[in-house]
Ligand binder design. Structure first.
Ligand SMILES: Cc1cc2nc3c(=O)[nH]c(=O)nc-3n(C[C@H](O)[C@H](O)[C@H](O)COP(=O)(O)OP(=O)(O)OC[C@H]3O[C@@H](n4cnc5c(N)ncnc54)[C@H](O)[C@@H]3O)c2cc1C
Length: 471
């Protein structure tokens, strides 16, 4: 692969000292416009803060738009049901169906998306997931920020943090040169914990051996013939289970040298549009999303995988003969990078036991779902039926960074726990909680880590969040 090789020895150049233009002074700065950042900005604004949101790309939505990650996973409790071999619904069949446990801003966003014609509501038909159109989501997200009075800045990459006379200042690299935004509290919604790490917070990466979940470049295919595919599945009921399968065809194409993937099956989901699917089947292992050389290699490898998968589907799988790739993610999807260590680290056991905490600020039901960091296989372990786990406020309060809160996939937890709380609905819920916590810390005149938890819970419930019956 002729990408720029990683330097084999370290040679450094001193850079000139510089100044940055102060672009804004605000109560709460949210860095990152993904599900968590959006939840944080909307939650903080409703709690009464002046909010600025800064995002590195030219649109909002994070993985949901940047990486075409869809659908919104189910946020309902699980009702046990035997696996359905040969189900052609293209929606997950083994979770969901029970009570919804994530509400608040997450539901407001979904309702707005549905009203804008960009999503289908969760129902038995959708497997309780929310299939959505990323192009509609980009505009809906802008409208939601506008309505909430949140100021935003795009094309702004957060590269550093400066302690600024009792406030925190985040430095952004932009086409207009270095810009600085000063804030009382910053919510890190970068997914990667970029701001928390720059502010000196402790963090962990990966499992014990440091490996993280693989990256995946998702893509959408149009021209898909669902009826022909359903006929194939009905003739070969052991070859498709809900949203994945085609094991024999994958093996055949692999043997013929036409497919070379570190996974044993193909995974795809319905979108809101007829004849269209979202394919989640590329896999690049042994790479880290906060390493530029790894990212470069992963983008190149996954794009070649897309080409192979498209050819495989067209050649081998009934219903795909006239299908074609309409778009791929703007960037490869990164599942896991830094997990910023907070006052508490959520564990896999907390999730699988559906543990409850007095300082609950969000809830989750999605299974432990670990795509093998080394190759084939995926570990799926469910939350008990009709149950949900709590996420405590302490998971959002980093050790070692006073004016920063984390939200979304970079909150405090183990590798196993992260594989569950990383999904879109939960990320948005922890985002809303971080935004509310930031605002109340300001109002109470305390550091975010010392905020009155009950007050945060009361405000979250006032904003429609589902915290079971804790307040
Ligand atoms: C391949 C893949 C498939 C998945 N499948 C599903 C699924 O089917 N359903 C589901 O619900 N979830 C799924 N997930 C999980 C889910 O997409 C993410 O974990 C979720 O988007 C996390 O939200 P977030 O806001 O924490 O982070 P992100 O979505 O990563 O958003 C972070 C935002 O911060 C911005 N940013 C990052 N660094 C900086 C910086 N330094 N300065 C400024 N801005 C910055 C980014 O551009 C981005 O907009 C999947 C994830 C992947 C990668």
């Amino acid at each position: 692969m002729p990408s720029l090789p990683r330097p084999t020895f370290s040679r450094e150049v001193s850079l000139p000292a510089r100044t940055g233009t102060v672009a804004a002074e605000t109560d709460v700065l949210v860095v990152g416009g993904g599900p968590a950042g959006l939840g944080a900005a909307l939650g903080a604004a409703q709690a009464g803060a002046h909010v600025v949101l800064a995002e590195r790309y030219g649109f909002l939505g994070g993985n949901a738009t940047v990486a075409l990650v869809m659908p919104w996973m189910s946020f309902h409790t699980r009702r046990p049901r035997p696996p359905r071999l040969g189900d052609t619904s293209l929606m997950p069949s083994d979770h969901g169906e029970g009570e919804p446990v994530v509400a608040g801003k997450h539901i407001e966003v979904i309702e707005r998306l549905i009203a804008d014609g960009g999503a289908r509501p969760p129902s038995p038909e959708t497997g309780y997931t929310v299939p959505f159109d990323p192009e509609v989501f980009k505009v809906t997200a802008l409208d939601l920020l506008d309505d909430a009075g949140v100021d935003y800045l795009m094309h702004a990459f957060a590269s550093g943090v400066v302690d600024d006379a009792g406030r925190i200042a985040v430095v952004f690299e932009t086409k207009s040169g270095p810009l600085v935004i000063r804030a009382e509290v910053v919510v890190d919604g970068t997914g990667d914990g970029d701001v928390a790490a720059a502010a000196g917070a402790d963090y962990e990466v990966g499992r014990d051996d440091g490996l993280v979940q693989p990256m995946t470049l998702m893509f959408r295919m149009a021209g898909f013939g669902h009826a022909e595919f359903a006929q194939y599945v009905s003739d070969n009921p052991d070859q498709w289970r809900s949203v994945h399968g085609l094991w024999d065809l994958v093996a055949k194409a692999t043997e013929a040298g036409e497919l070379d993937l570190p996974r044993e099956d193909i995974l795809f989901f319905a979108t809101p549009h007829e004849g269209e699917i979202a394919v989640n089947s590329t896999r690049v292992t042994n790479v880290l999303g906060i390493d530029t050389w790894d990212l470069t290699m992963a983008e190149a490898v996954s794009r070649h995988q897309v080409r192979q998968i498209e050819a495989f589907l067209r050649r081998y799988v009934p219903g795909f003969e006239r299908s074609y790739v309409v778009d791929t993610g703007t960037a490869i999807g990164v599942r896991e990078t830094r997990r910023v260590v907070g006052k508490y680290q959520l564990t896999g056991d907390d999730i699988l036991q559906a543990r409850k905490f007095d300082d609950v600020i969000a809830r989750g039901t999605y299974p432990v779902d670990i795509h093998n960091p080394e190759g084939k296989g995926t570990v799926l372990r469910s939350v008990p039926p009709d149950e949900a786990y709590d996420i405590p406020l302490r998971c959002l309060q980093p050790q070692g960074a006073d004016r920063v809160l984390t939200a979304g996939r970079c909150i405090s937890g183990t590798h196993e726990a992260h594989s569950s709380y990383r999904v879109t609905p939960t990320a948005m819920a922890t985002g809303q909680a971080a935004g509310v916590c930031a605002t109340l810390a300001l109002r109470q005149g305390v550091a975010p880590r010392s905020v009155d938890v009950r007050a945060v819970q009361h405000e979250l419930v006032r904003q429609g969040a589902n915290l079971r019956d804790v307040v």
